[in-house]
Design a protein around this ligand. Structure first.
Ligand SMILES: Cc1cc2nc3c(=O)[nH]c(=O)nc-3n(C[C@H](O)[C@H](O)[C@H](O)COP(=O)(O)OP(=O)(O)OC[C@H]3O[C@@H](n4cnc5c(N)ncnc54)[C@H](O)[C@@H]3O)c2cc1C
Length: 378
């Protein structure tokens, strides 16, 4: 039996970050990944993710995003790669919409410098947007930008390896069994024992944590071709627009002079079909853009409404749309990390740091009650 200090299951966004932060501390860490860092079969591919500090999902996410931003800069220094580009961002909707009220609530709680726009100012500054009601407003978040998922995951895994972490690729963990003197980890051809295990398995986490009510969902990534000018990222920055009660359209302008990335986010408790991540449909069909295309036609008529590029992806929704980070009820040797609910990439490096602190028993600096499992398990 092979002995490890800390094992990490999954080197996607959160697991690669945790592996790096543990290796930085000189902890003996072995990470298991069924594919390889930066792959496109989980939740962390598709070139870009939105980064925002005025996080509409929870005010305590502001400090988490700021912690992540500092770690993005550290990882850029180590890798020599650009991982996070600040472009500024705007939220558009009615004053009491999730997109606007959530961003304002987070910004006010953390005293962020945001700028308020009237409907007329939104129309003047962002003329790409049609159907802006007189009652709509805008909120500018100067700290928003675009992060690079595949590059970040690879950079974190490489930084971890440089500091002595072992990353075992092409290896699926089949069981995690906590016991009084350690945790047994089974793969197809080996049995390992670790003092602590971090399970950061993304859409596969429900199999390891059936005690959590997590729902993996297929969520396509879609890119659109501009018909009109004004869709470079300098003109159409990171944008969240409330398009219906409970639904936002998120996206950003072209970063390479070609396609504009857009998607739909269903807020707070929308029911969506649960998928099995091993059997997820990896093809694309018009059903992947049937909700989005009419909305693009309505609010961004300067774009072709049928996407030019589509890729399947997955998110894993928790009951309250917040992440789940912390010890499993059966053993504090097992830490779970997931339930990303479609907004965890920007926080992944901070979450890796939180997990490293949990694993070695260091005090936390962030407010974490809202992401701890206890809030869901009672
Ligand atoms: C369409 C879309 C748009 C999004 N937009 C944004 C955005 O704009 N901003 C933002 O912040 N977030 C966004 N997100 C969410 C963000 O991408 C995810 O929250 C984040 O990537 C989740 O990372 P993860 O580490 O939990 O999962 P993953 O990166 O999928 O990592 C899980 C890893 O575990 C591995 N694994 C699983 N089971 C095993 C096993 N048994 N053995 C070994 N390895 C295993 C997998 O192969 C995988 O590599 C978006 C997500 C989607 C799908």
């Amino acid at each position: 039996m092979l002995r490890i200090d800390v094992a990490v299951i999954g080197t996607g966004a959160i697991g690669a970050a945790a592996t790096w932060r543990l290796a930085e501390r000189g902890v003996g860490v072995t990470a298991f990944e069924r594919f390889a860092p930066g792959h496109s079969f989980g939740s962390s591919h598709g070139d870009t993710r939105l980064f925002r500090e005025a996080c509409l999902e929870h005010p305590d996410l502001v400090a988490m995003a700021q912690s992540s931003r500092a770690l993005f800069r550290e990882l850029e220094r180590l890798s020599g790669d650009e991982l996070l580009t600040i472009t500024g961002g705007v939220s558009i909707g009615a004053e009491d919409s999730d997109a606007v009220a959530g961003a304002v609530r987070a910004a006010e709680a953390a005293s962020l410098a945001i700028e308020h726009l009237s409907a007329a100012e939104v129309r003047a500054r962002f003329p790409q947007h049609a159907d802006v009601a007189d009652t709509d407003v805008g909120v500018l978040d100067p700290a928003a930008g675009v992060a690079r998922p595949e590059r970040t995951v690879r950079a974190a895994a490489a930084a971890a390896s440089t500091r002595g972490a072992r990353i075992v690729t092409g290896t699926t963990v089949t069981a995690v069994e906590p016991g009084p003197s350690g945790v047994t980890i089974r793969t197809a051809d080996a049995v390992w024992t670790a003092d602590r295990v971090i399970v950061a398995a993304g859409a596969w986490l429900p199999a390891f944590a059936p005690w959590l009510d997590l729902t993996p969902v297929r969520t396509p990534l879609t890119w659109f071709t501009p018909r009109d000018a004004g869709f470079d990222i300098a003109d159409y920055p990171v944008t969240i627009r409330q398009v219906d009660a409970g639904t936002v359209m998120w996206g950003h302008g072209s970063i390479d002079g070609s396609l504009v990335k857009l998607g739909l986010g269903d807020l707070w408790g929308t029911e969506r079909p649960r998928i099995d991540p091993d059997a997820v449909d990896r093809g694309v069909t018009p059903a992947d853009w049937s909700r989005l295309s009419p909305l693009v036609e309505r609010v961004l008529p300067g774009l072709e409404p049928v996407p030019t590029r589509v890729e399947p992806c997955m998110i894993t929704i928790s009951p309250d749309d917040q992440f789940v980070i912390g010890a499993a009820p059966e053993s504090d040797r097992v830490l779970v990390a997931g339930g990303d609910s479609g907004h965890a990439f920007k926080h992944c490096l901070a979450l890796g740091e939180v997990l490293a602190r949990d694993a070695v028993g260091e005090a936390q600096e962030l407010e974490l009650d809202f992401v701890r499992p206890a809030r869901l398990t009672g």
